[in-house]
Design a binder for this molecule. Structure first.
Ligand code: SAM
Length: 320
C-alpha cells in the first residue's frame, strides 16, 4: 500500500478538468491539497505553462505534499488556509482568474490513520478531529461546550443520526462521571446507547454504530459545510470562461450542497415561480456537465474501499 493518501478518480478528475490541451499560462487551484496526489497528476499531465495553486488547512499535509511535489516546485504554490477563504488566498498570491478548480472534500488517509489526530473510530486517540491543529476547538471541547439541544442538532443534522437524543443522553451520563476525552471512549458510549437499534437493523449493523456521530462531530469541528458553500461562491468569481469546477464529495450532505449550487447557478434567475418576469437580474453562471454524479469504477472501489462513497460533479463557468 502506498504511504500516501490514495487519490480518488484521478483519471476522471483530469479528464473533466479539461486542462490537458491548454498551452498558454494558466493557474489551476487544488482547494484540498491533502497528500498532493491530484496536484501531482495534474502537473504530470499538463503543459509546463500550467501552474497549480494548492490549499490545505492541515500544515502536516502541506509539508508531506511539498516533498512529494518537489520535482514540480517551479510550477506549484502551496498555501495554508481554509477553502472558505479561497478568494482572499488567491488574491494574496496574485491570482485573479483561474483555469480550473478541484475540491476533493473530506479527510485524507494520513488524517484518518494517525491516532493522535482523533478522527477514527478504529484507533484510540484524543478526541480531536481538527484538520487545522492550530484551531482552538476540538471535538472533545465541542462535547463540553454545546448545550443538549445544540449537540442533538449537530448529531441529527450532520450525522443524519436518528438516535441523536439517545446518544446525547448517554454522553451526558458519562460526562457526569468523567470527561470524554478519547475516540474509543466516545465510540463505546455511542455503541452502547444504540446497541438495541443496531441489532434490529441489518443496515445499521453494517457500519460501526458511532460512524454517524463521528461524521457529525468532524463536520461541526471543521465547519465543513459552511466552508464548502463559501468556496463554491468564490469559485464563480475566479473561474475563467469555460473553466471547469470539479468537486468530489464523500457523503450526501456535501453532495446535496454541490448539486443544489450547480442547479441554482445554471438557472440564474432566483425569482419565485409566481413572478411573471425576472426582477432579480441574475443570469446563469454555470453549465452542469454531469447530470448524474460520476462514481468510482468497481475496480477502484474494491482496490480502495475509501473511494466507494465518492461522487464527482462537474460544471463549466459560463459568462452570459
Ligand atoms: C480527501 S483529502 C485530499 C486528497 C488529495 N486530493 C490527494 O490526492 O492527495 C482532503 C484534504 O482537504 C483538506 N480540507 C478539507 N476541508 C478543507 C477546507 N475547508 N479548507 C482547506 N482544506 C480542507 C483536508 O485537510 C485534507 O487534507
Amino acid at each position: 500500500m502506498s504511504a500516501y493518501h490514495e487519490s480518488v478518480m484521478k483519471n476522471e478528475m483530469l479528464h473533466h478538468l479539461n486542462v490537458q490541451n491548454i498551452h498558454t499560462e494558466g493557474v489551476i487551484v487544488d482547494g484540498t491539497l491533502g497528500d498532493g496526489g491530484h496536484t501531482e497528476f495534474i502537473l504530470k499531465n499538463t503543459s509546463p505553462e500550467i501552474r497549480v495553486f494548492a490549499i490545505d488547512r492541515d500544515r502536516a499535509a502541506i509539508e508531506r505534499a511539498r516533498e512529494r511535489l518537489s520535482p514540480f516546485r517551479d510550477r506549484v504554490t502551496l498555501a495554508h488556509g481554509n477553502l472558505g477563504d479561497l478568494k482572499n488566498l488567491a488574491a494574496q498570491n496574485g491570482i485573479i482568474r483561474i483555469a480550473g478548480l478541484l475540491m476533493d472534500l473530506g479527510v485524507s488517509s494520513p488524517q484518518l490513520d494517525t491516532p493522535a489526530r482523533g478522527f477514527s473510530i478504529q484507533h484510540d486517540g484524543p478526541l480531536d478531529m481538527r484538520m487545522d491543529s492550530s484551531q482552538k476547538t476540538s471535538a472533545a471541547d465541542l462535547l463540553k461546550k454545546l448545550s443538549d439541544a445544540e449537540l442533538t442538532t449537530v448529531i441529527k443534522n450532520f450525522g443524519e443520526e436518528r438516535y441523536a437524543k439517545r446518544i446525547v443522553r448517554a454522553i451526558r451520563k458519562e460526562q457526569a462521571q468523567r470527561p470524554i476525552t478519547t475516540t474509543s471512549q466516545l465510540a463505546m458510549i455511542v455503541a452502547k446507547a444504540t446497541a438495541a437499534a443496531s441489532s434490529s437493523s441489518p443496515r445499521r449493523a453494517r457500519i460501526h454504530p458511532a460512524t454517524r456521530t463521528f461524521q457529525a462531530l468532524r463536520i461541526a469541528v471543521n465547519d465543513e459545510l459552511e466552508q464548502l458553500k463559501l468556496a463554491l461562491r468564490d469559485a464563480i468569481g475566479l473561474l475563467n470562461s469555460a473553466a471547469r469546477l470539479v468537486v468530489i464529495s464523500f457523503h450526501s450532505l456535501e453532495d446535496r450542497i454541490v448539486k443544489t449550487f450547480f442547479r441554482d447557478e445554471q438557472k440564474g434567475c432566483a425569482c419565485p415561480p409566481t413572478m411573471p418576469t425576472c426582477i432579480c437580474g441574475r443570469t446563469p453562471t454555470l453549465k452542469i456537465l454531469t447530470r448524474k454524479p460520476i462514481v468510482p469504477s468497481d475496480e477502484e472501489a474494491q482496490r480502495n474501499p475509501r473511494s466507494a462513497s465518492a461522487k464527482l460533479r462537474v460544471a463549466e463557468r459560463i459568462y452570459a
